[in-house]
Design a protein around this ligand. Structure first.
Ligand code: NDP
Length: 488
């Protein structure tokens, strides 16, 4: 059976490239190629910019409330097609349907809905200065670009395009080459909802297509999600080309601090969610779990039992499965390499540690949920982002010590504290150098809450009111009401 080939999405419809170059997309749960996608060659790149310029002139001139109505139609379509979209997301990513069904599309739709509501609230100011006055206008930037990672493809496309479109910009999005389908479906939905042609274009391909976007002098801002190293390259070319504005959502190695007065079962739920949800492929994961000495043994005993009894690995389309396949063979090998390093450097393997081949998906890229104990801060598994289902548990004695150890990293994406002492919980979280923090919770990320990293985990924020601002620029207009005083 011949497999379908999908095209780039330009000016409201699929557009054929000239080079005929394509790439293959593999279902990580089966190891089989499921479709092909045309690469955005030079012709497509030129068309994408031409179309976005046209789209921008129409969209930015609309009343914000008109944009609200159109974006809300897209939200309704996303929700209506939730099941179909969730299934496509599972085929691309290998994540369990029980997650995609209620998180990926829903949280994407929530964010677009949130910004659709905010679109007409962008107010300027007016101020008298003597007899004259000035006023300010919030204007869109122009053409913005988004570059996405492969772990939450449709959600990332929604989170980036929602505020950009609400503020009146045109957007060109490049999904990861490993997960190109979600963005194409979002583009179809935007068009069906009435978003004018050219306002949301999708270009496909690997790093060189991302590089073209970051180098393009026609693009005013790039919002990037991916690794720290790639983020640095993106920022460099954004600066060198035309001083583009950047938002950087990068990697993490986040701490979860569990004090002895915490509800231990709740803390274990958080640690498992923050290491095994989406097979551990989440940027905010709490991969360094610090547990106070007096409850350490009880913590790891219950953690081991629950991990060994409650995790169901297998075909991610089976609604009972709660741990899916990693994105690729290469990534599976990388994660297994880290596990080998953990053993080599002296951590104790509490459970897991191997590649897996579940009966319902024997050829998928699975790794068992893995927990290391007796970890120390200098171990590679404790220092580097693994992006797989691998948890490191560490023991600590007192508050100041754990704060210093938790902060001893170049990353600062997220952090969590579990304690029933509310003063301590706030005191500690205020000292942790991270942008996304949870107390007695982990991972929740509502549209209203700004998210982004400290230190090398990022620049700028996604979600929340401030992100809408970051897709606008302020124009000041001074109005003379009196005679101009001039010495000439
Ligand atoms: P990468 O940095 O490898 O890739 C991210 C995107 O950038 C992909 O679309 C990729 O294309 C593209 N790209 C690669 N090289 C360049 C370049 N030189 N210029 C422009 N674009 C380029 O990240 P991963 O896809 O591997 O994603 C995992 C990483 O993302 C982890 O570090 C994770 O922590 C981080 N992440 C951060 C989040 C946050 O909000 N802070 C959320 C989710 C993930 P292609 O893949 O097609 O080659």
């Amino acid at each position: 059976m011949s497999l379908p080939t999908y095209q780039n999405f330009i000016h409201g419809k699929p557009m054929a490239n000239k080079s005929k170059e394509t790439f293959a997309v593999t279902n990580p749960a089966t190891g089989e190629v499921i479709y092909h996608v045309e690469v955005a060659d030079e012709f497509i790149q030129q068309e994408a910019i031409k179309s976005a310029k046209e789209g921008f002139s129409v969209w930015s001139a609309m009343m914000p409330i008109e944009r609200t109505r159109i974006l809300n139609k897209a939200v309704a379509l996303l929700r209506e097609r939730n099941d179909e979209l969730a299934k496509l997301e599972v085929l691309d990513t290998g994540k369990p349907i029980q997650e995609a069904d209620c998180v990926d599309i829903e949280t994407g739709a929530d964010v677009i809905e949130y910004y659709a509501g905010l679109a007409p609230t962008q107010l300027g100011t007016q101020q008298p200065v003597g007899g004259d006055f000035f006023y300010t206008r919030k204007e869109a930037l122009g053409i913005c670009a988004g570059i996405g990672a492969w772990n939450y493809p449709i959600q990332i496309a929604c989170w980036k395009s929602g505020p950009a479109l609400a503020a009146g910009n045109a957007f060109i999005f490049k999904p990861s080459e490993e997960t190109p389908m979600g963005a194409l479906k979002l583009a179809e939905i935007f068009t069906e909802a009435g978003v004018p042609d050219g306002v949301f274009n999708v270009v496909q391909g690997a790093a060189q297509v991302g590089q073209w976007l970051t180098n393009s002098p026609d693009i005013e801002k790039v919002s990037f999600t991916g690794e720290v190293g790639t983020g640095k390259k993106v920022m460099q070319s954004a600066a060198a080309s035309n001083l583009k504005d950047v938002t950087m959502e990068l990697g993490g190695k986040s701490p979860l601090v569990v004090f002895e007065d915490a509800d231990i079962s709740q803390a274990i739920s958080a640690a498992m969610l923050g290491n095994f949800y989406t097979q551990g492929e989440i940027c905010t994961n709490c991969t360094r779990v610090y547990v106070q000495r007096s409850v350490y043994q009880a913590f790891i005993d219950e953690l081991k039992t629950r991990t060994e009894n409650n995790i169901v690995m297998g075909d991610p389309l089976d609604p009972n499965v709660n741990l899916g396949a990693l994105i690729s063979k290469k990534h599976q090998e990388l994660v297994l390499g880290y596990i080998a390093k953990g053993k080599e450097e002296g951590a104790t393997l509490l459970t897991g540690g191997n590649a897996a081949s579940p009966a319902s998906a024997p050829n998928g890229y699975f790794v068992e949920p893995t927990i290391f104990t007796d970890c120390t801060d200098d171990m590679t598994i404790v220092k580097e982002e693994i992006f797989g289902p691998v948890m490191s548990v560490l023991v600590f004695d007192d508050e100041d010590e754990v704060i210093a150890r938790a902060n001893d990293t170049e990353l600062g994406l997220a952090a969590g504290v579990f304690s029933k002492d509310i003063q301590r919980a706030h005191r500690v979280i205020h000292q942790l150098q991270a942008g996304i923090c949870w107390i007695n919770a982990y991972g929740n990320s509502p549209a209203e809450m700004p998210v982004g990293g400290y230190k090398q985990s990022g620049i700028g924020r996604e979600n929340g009111v401030e992100t809408l601002n970051s897709y606008t620029q302020t124009k000041s207009v001074y109005v003379g009401m009196s005679q101009i005083e001039s010495p000439f």
